[in-house]
Design a protein around this ligand. Sequence first.
Ligand code: PRP
Length: 195
Amino acid sequence: MTADQRADASSLAPADPLDSRLLGRAVKRIAYDRETIARRVREMGAEITAAYPDGDLLVLGLLKGSFIFLADLVREIQRPLHVDFLVASSYGAGTVSSGNVRLVYDPETKLEGKHILLVEDIVDTGRTLSTLIELLSARNPASIEICALLHKHIATELHHPTKFIGFDAPNEFLVGYGLDHAENFRHLPYVASLQ
Ligand code: PRP
């Protein structure tokens, strides 16, 4: 999928009225509906399968935001892999990234000699990933790549390329499919933007 196609996949459909009532009218529009996400995740699984013909692959999910994306993605990767998680936090309860990235949980799995695929829900300022890439690279993995469902392309501090991107996201505050606002909305089966 090209960058243009990824951007076009963002539909302008209004949020489901029932959901709007349930969610206190906070949701402005659905940016990516569940079918669009499922289709793209399937494609990404195939891209990742093809990109790793051999070696040990460790899929490392950044919690909490990646939990739904990672669960769907690994089921579309057709090769052996291990899964572990990292917990880092940068937003707190606000809608703007605080830039203060904290590592709350560090994986037990050894990274040395393995292909690491860091799975993120969204790349916003890129601060979370630039901190983590630096930290994880020091553990001598065979390779380290980023896979993000959403990428806003506004990250000025992230110098490592994002090899696998689901969608080029609008610069709006997005929730659902794992993404939260003050811990709400993670359970929505689609990605929506807030009022
Ligand atoms: C969010 C999101 C990404 C990161 C992106 O995580 O899930 O991990 O911020 O922002 P950045 O590119 O500006 O660093 P958050 O810190 O809110 O924690 P969460 O995953 O638990 O929601």
